[in-house]
Design a protein. Structure first.
Length: 116
């Protein structure tokens, strides 16, 4: 089982990034997918969620209206489009897959730094 994130980097405030997470080793379409982030000295927090079949979405209040989560089940990939980035969005972003107890996987993370 693997989740491999990409797309992180350094961006100026107000800029955009698109994160990708490619899954392998499990039936991606059966799994709810989430993006989490963890800033230095802070706990990991959920940022966005997308359901497995209906593709319903939900977001943390801090990113609502700026971030969009989506998935392509044909490509076993989940995305996080991040617009109007702020310095407070600086963190390591993690992809997470869940289909129930014992079916729970994490990616290695990708660094996002928002700074001028």
């Amino acid at each position: 089982v693997q989740l491999v994130e990409s797309g992180g980097g350094l961006v100026q405030p107000g800029g955009s990034l698109r994160l990708s997470c490619v899954a392998s080793g499990f039936t991606f379409s059966n799994y709810e997918m989430k993006w989490y982030r963890q800033a230095p000295g802070k706990e990991r927090e959920s940022v966005a969620r997308i359901s497995s079949r209906v593709h319903s979405t939900s977001y943390a209040d801090s990113v609502k209206g700026r971030f969009t989560i989506s998935r392509d089940n044909a490509k076993d990939t989940v995305f996080l489009q991040m617009n109007r980035l702020e310095p407070e969005d600086t963190a390591v972003y993690y992809c997470h897959a869940r289909a129930g107890v014992g079916y729970d996987y994490w990616g290695q993370g990708t660094q996002v730094t928002v700074s001028s």
